[in-house]
Design a protein around this ligand. Structure first.
Ligand code: 6PG
Length: 246
């Protein structure tokens, strides 16, 4: 019998639409609370396909002063900011434009150049200049995570050496057969999230979620287990299919 424990709160909804609504509701709640407590909030958003609908819902949420929210990215695919694969483009279309987030509040990951090591250093400097620290590590008010069918999160893929990085906040992940070059936040920053919302939709995510929830496991095999170490609140918002509830 393999014991599974969901670290944090698990919300299993009927379908992708409800994941978007519930996920956005959780994000909005974190933002409203952060903006009550401080003059500004810093968030880091994952890309991919699942979060798009949740970001669109978040863009319409009441009571969020977006002029006081600074938007960062969890990761980015190498390429132009307006390419089909760009996480920035997806977030711009679903959230930034609709919520009228000021340009100066948006820290796009510069993944269009040839030198992604330099780009990682540049983004690290931007984080260090704006994101408050806890235990000397940048601690975002909110990090939105996705999970890949292989158990990756951010652009930290199983077996990826960048998983071991502890002295930098941003890393260049070289291309592999499965994916292009990436920029990604590293484990220390992700683990220092003050609040984490994890979104997962579809039966194809079930096995990866179960590996993330196993009491015993390791980050190298299942990087999404990073969420287990998040020091703040964690909410997993999934649909019935991802939860294996049929
Ligand atoms: C990315 C994401 C990545 C994503 C997972 C799940 O750039 O691809 O940041 O970590 O969250 O790959 O992606 P889907 O939501 O598309 O399944």
């Amino acid at each position: 019998m393999t014991t599974k424990v969901v670290p944090g709160m698990l919300i299993a909804t009927a379908d992708a639409r409800e994941v978007a609504v519930e996920g956005a509701g959780r994000m909005a709640r974190v933002l409203r609370k952060a903006l009550l407590e401080r003059s500004r909030a810093c968030i880091a958003l994952s890309g991919g396909t699942t979060p798009r609908a949740a970001y669109a819902e978040l863009a319409r949420a009441d009571g969020i002063d977006w002029t006081r929210v600074e938007v960062f990215f969890v990761d980015e695919r190498a390429g132009a900011a307006d390419s089909e694969r760009s996480n920035y483009r997806m977030v711009r279309e679903s959230l930034l434009t609709v919520a009228k987030v000021p340009e100066e509040n948006v820290a796009r990951m510069p993944a269009e150049g040839a030198d992604l090591e330099a780009a990682a250093r540049e983004y690290q400097a931007r984080i260090e200049a704006r994101v408050p620290r806890r235990e000397d590590v940048p601690a975002f008010d909110l990090v939105v995570f996705g999970i890949g069918t292989d158990g990756h999160t951010a652009s930290l893929f199983p077996g990826e050496p960048a998983i071991e990085i502890t002295d930098r906040w941003v890393a260049h992940v070289p291309a592999r057969a499965e994916h292009e070059d990436r920029l990604t936040l590293t484990v220390p920053v992700l683990e220092h999230a003050q609040n984490a919302v994890v979104l997962a939709v579809g039966a194809e995510k079930r096995e990866a979620l179960e590996r993330a929830w196993l009491v015993k496991g390791d980050l190298t095999t299942t990087p999404a287990r990073i969420v287990r170490a998040v020091q703040g609140s964690v909410v997993w918002v999934i649909d019935r299919a991802a939860g294996g509830l049929g």
